[in-house]
Design a protein. Structure first.
Length: 426
């Protein structure tokens, strides 16, 4: 090979080497680019977002619960009620969970005055409320003086008001208007009011009743009746109900509530979950409905739901069993399913749950006064109305607390609800 050929060969070798090196670097660059892309895409997703956005999200996530709490909502009135309850003895707190007749308090049949013996009895049993029957009410001056004295005793002994209630529905149930000595106008049966289809008439009835009850010194009325009359054979509710249309009844109930409340009369919406579909009388024995919960929600419970939505302070639970809902024949007043699951949780009621009179056959035929009171409280009830034997019922609850069957926290829960309502009366 001559010199010219050797020079040509070296030139070609150099070009080949350059090409190889160039290809090598190109391939290397592609590989590195692929690796970077893969790392960017699969190892750190979202890393291409500006860092300040990530910090912003982190800040919001950690600070939001502090600035806008969801579950912890302060209720100054409930806080005050809890403080008052904390300063009471267990005996006083348990007594607050009962509403009884003046006869049951004093041992006097047909008590018509509140004097020294009443004060002594109230000092021992400072019950949350008293309910007055027709035999306790003889006239304006007598009633006013009796109720004025009770208000004074309650403030002196426990430092809070006492519920002073009466069954004054109008028409067939009117302790005051049915007595000519009081000289007031009977607003008539609610069935007639409902038949007008105008809720203004229900408001007028509530306002009329509220006016004369307030003048006499009452602060609570066991009305309105929220039962939807769906059984034409029902003789217990009948003329006491606004009618058979659930929405009409709901509107009437809320209108009457407004009329009562505007005259400082607390209304007690009754008889949950609705007695209008039944045929029996819980005064005499067991009464039941075969309605499912869906059926009740679509009809009987409509007035109760609307009353709850409109700020009802009290709901009375009747002694009506609903086996299709609870699975057994336990009266609603003693059933945790009806009181806690349905009334509290499903309907969202946070006020005071009070039983219907516990001296009715639907309760006394199966339960002792003590067992009925304890079972009702375990079910979620706040106040026991008219137990057959008050002292026995009271002691039964005391024994249940000291024995651990009912916790004192459970008692405090109900007493705080009761006191909260009383603070709105002051």
């Amino acid at each position: 090979m001559n010199q010219e050929e050797r020079r040509e060969k070296r030139k070609k070798d150099t070009q080949s080497a350059v090409i190889v090196v160039a290809v090598f670097f190109i391939v290397l660059a592609v590989l590195i680019g692929g690796i970077v892309f893969a790392v960017h895409k699969f190892v750190k997703p979202g890393a291409d977002k500006p860092e300040k956005n990530t910090e912003s999200v982190t800040t919001e996530a950690t600070e939001e619960p502090e600035t806008t709490p969801v579950t912890e909502v302060s209720d100054p009135l409930m806080d005050q009620a809890m403080q008052i309850a904390a300063g009471m003895t267990l005996e006083q707190k348990v007594a607050q969970m009962f509403m009884i007749t003046p006869d049951a308090l004093t041992g006097v049949d047909g008590a018509t005055m509140a004097g020294d013996s009443t004060k002594t009895a109230y000092t021992q049993y400072p019950v949350g409320g008293l309910i007055y029957m027709a035999k306790n009410l003889t006239g304006t001056d007598q009633t006013t003086q009796m109720l004025t004295n009770m208000k004074s005793y309650s403030q002196e002994i426990v430092g809070i008001p006492v519920f002073l209630g009466v069954d004054e529905e109008g028409g067939t149930v009117a302790r005051i208007a049915s007595n000519s000595a009081f000289g007031v106008t009977d607003v008539g049966n609610m069935s007639d009011v409902g038949a007008t289809g105008d809720s203004q008439n229900a408001y007028n009835a509530g306002s009329t009743i509220g006016t004369y009850l307030n003048t006499l010194g009452f602060n609570m009325d066991f009305a309105p009746v929220a039962d939807v009359l769906t059984n034409p054979d029902n003789t217990v509710i009948k003329d006491r109900s606004f009618g058979s249309d659930s929405q009409l009844v709901a509107d009437m109930v809320c209108a009457e509530m407004q009329g009562l409340n505007e005259h400082q009369i607390l209304s007690v919406v009754k008889h949950f979950p609705g007695q209008g579909a039944t045929a029996g009388d819980s005064h005499d024995g067991a009464v039941s409905t075969d309605k499912s919960l869906d059926d009740l929600l679509a009809n009987e419970l409509v007035p109760f739901q609307q009353a709850v939505n409109n700020g009802a302070s009290f709901v009375m639970v009747g002694h009506i069993s609903a086996p299709a809902v609870t699975g057994d024949d336990t009266p609603a007043s003693l059933s945790s399913v009806m009181v806690t699951d349905v009334l509290r949780n499903q309907l969202g009621f946070h006020g005071v749950v009070i039983t219907d009179a516990m001296n009715m056959g639907a309760v006394t035929g199966t339960y002792s006064s003590a067992d009925a009171a304890v079972t009702a409280i375990q079910a979620g009830v706040d106040m026991i109305l008219m137990p057959e034997d008050f002292q026995s019922a009271y002691q039964g609850v005391m024994d249940a607390v000291t024995g651990g069957t009912i916790t004192e926290d459970r008692i405090n829960e109900s007493v705080a609800r009761i006191i909260k309502v009383k603070l709105t009366m002051a």
